[in-house]
Design a protein. Sequence first.
Length: 538
Amino acid sequence: MEIPYIVTPRKDTGLFNSKIAIWLFLASEVMLFGGFFSAYVFLRIGADYPWPERTLPVLPGLINTFILIGSSVTVVFAWASLKMRQWRRFQFFMTVTIACAAIFMVLKGLEYNVKFHHQAVRLPDYTVIEGHLGYEKEKGKEVLDHHGRKIEENRILIEASGLTFSTVRFHTPWVEELLSQAAHRNAKITLAEDVSAITREGQAVGILAKAGEPLSPALLERLQEAHLEARSHNGALRTAALREKWTAAKAENPGKRGWQIASGVNIDATALEPKLLTEIGTVAFKVDPPARMNFKPRDVREGDTQSRLRDDTVIDGKLLASPMVFHNVDAIDFRHLAMKAVEKGQDPMAAIENSWLINNHAFAREAWEWNKAEVAKLEKTLIATYKVDPKTGKPNREPTAKERYRIGWKEFAKKAEDAGRPKLGFWGRISEEFKGPNYAARGEETFPHLSLPREQIGFSSKFTPAWNTYYAIYFTITGLHGLHVIGGALVLAYYLFFGRKMYESNPEWLANRVEIGGLFWHFVDLVWIFAFPIFYLM
């Protein structure tokens, strides 16, 4: 049976089937992105911390905006070429459209990559420090983990003397990492004592593993298997014994409900004991000699003499100094500290100048004094330009909180240039707009090192959704939009590479399909036109 209105439009609506379908689909898409944008607005208005303003590089976003607008034009030209039966022109314009989509995603990937490598930390007094961490080195060479990856200088360091693993929850990659670190320190991890157990009902205690046996995932898996078999066997025994007790209790108390006789239903543990197998819940190992090991902060709950990993592995040993080492600090943000000071009725400037960072880091103190001088110049300029309100005696325009309390990488660069550091050329500055500050070219005088004690780390994260609500929504909306770009580009690419046969048999049908794809592509462009100003400009 032939489906009507695939090519020919209906007389009552003037639309063919797929155009009605795409408009219904786009209506649902409007509700989806409308909900996201509305949530962004409400969360920004009600934020209990200084909302990030103009933190994203404008140039890549602006270029992407023009790229999508241009691709919306070329997809229309591709459709028009089909209507005029010009296949070569269609191929050209559709290729340009798909190329624009690819360039958009490349620029978005560069932007994401910068965020995923940019570290931020909030101190207990709400000062925020941003920059890039260094990598651990020994004898001038970077240390690699057992996967061959560099290790950032943001680790919890423990001089481990013993390890106790949960036989149920141990995480094999972490076991392998511990073995790798011990080998790197010329230490051995061996079983602290014999592991003895009854593994069959009625048998005597046997040795499953002898003291001194080296740690390995295979050893833990063997002990895990014995533990799970014992737990299953013991559970079945207890269930059967409990069932007998309930049967007897029901017979002795006819007509009574379960809750009325529950207090008298108990298992005789002594009678079951000879039949029970040994459950090996944990197994202890010693590290000889004690070795320094490092752990990701999110993986370990540290203590002075004993720490615990998320898989319940217990680490016995002394907690060592574990600073977070910034090899390049490129922003200092006092806005949250100032906001908290105002809430407490304190002078924000005094709170900043009494902060830990200002009192313990000479460069931060120097940068703050420079920034105050720059803000004073800006205040004079604003007064000269916008005057003072004669009624209130206050300036009509004042520096924003960002200008007053945040020192970003561009301010650091200007400070260094004011002090005589050479400026980067035009292309160097353009490169910084895409990749972030050029630490190598600008030097440590511009972006200093900072070793931050562990006790001064209130919260830390890369610029990912974990850092704050702003980045959570940014990655949600732009990530979902990116998936739409990829999906739309794949559909348009299908028409380009596999549409020739359809064009030769029924060119109008292909033109209709490209028109539908173009409508979706216009919607993708429209979403970005909303996203660009709220994320990049406001």
